[in-house]
Design a protein around this ligand. Structure first.
Ligand code: CU
Length: 133
């Protein structure tokens, strides 16, 4: 019922600082079990969201193999005279929508690492791969 029986560490001025520290650590070691453990903030600083740029010219993606971090913002610049898209081949992982000549579009890389084939939905012979790590 009562914890008052437990021996209290008195601040004995004659006690060695090390001894007091050890005793204090022992107490902290016991009491800290009820305290919330320091939760690591993994995820806030571990995620490196970078960005990448893809240019489209002469009906080709450049680069055709795009390497990004998960969640990266990718800008697609259409330097061609025809409208293009950069669309995941599976149809839903990412899609810039139609980018008119001289314009740019963006999409967000998937959060799941992997290799994603993409095409231009207007010209499906245009192909590339987005590698998310
Ligand atoms: Cu196209």
């Amino acid at each position: 019922m009562s914890l008052t029986r437990s021996r209290r560490i008195r601040n004995r001025t004659r006690g060695a600082a090390v001894g007091a520290a050890c005793a204090l650590l022992a107490i902290v070691g016991v009491t800290s079990t009820s305290a919330a453990p320091l939760s690591p903030t993994a995820g806030t600083s571990a995620v490196t969201v970078d960005s990448a740029e893809v240019r489209i010219k002469d009906f080709k993606f450049n680069p055709a193999d795009v390497k990004v971090s998960a969640g990266a913002k990718v800008t697609v610049i259409n330097e061609d005279s025809a409208p293009h898209t950069l669309t995941a081949s599976d149809g839903y992982a990412f899609d810039t929508g139609t980018i008119e000549p001289g314009k740019s579009g963006t999409f967000t890389a998937p959060s799941k690492p992997g290799s994603y084939a993409f095409i231009c939905s207007i010209h499906p012979e245009m192909k590339g791969t987005l590698v998310v790590s």
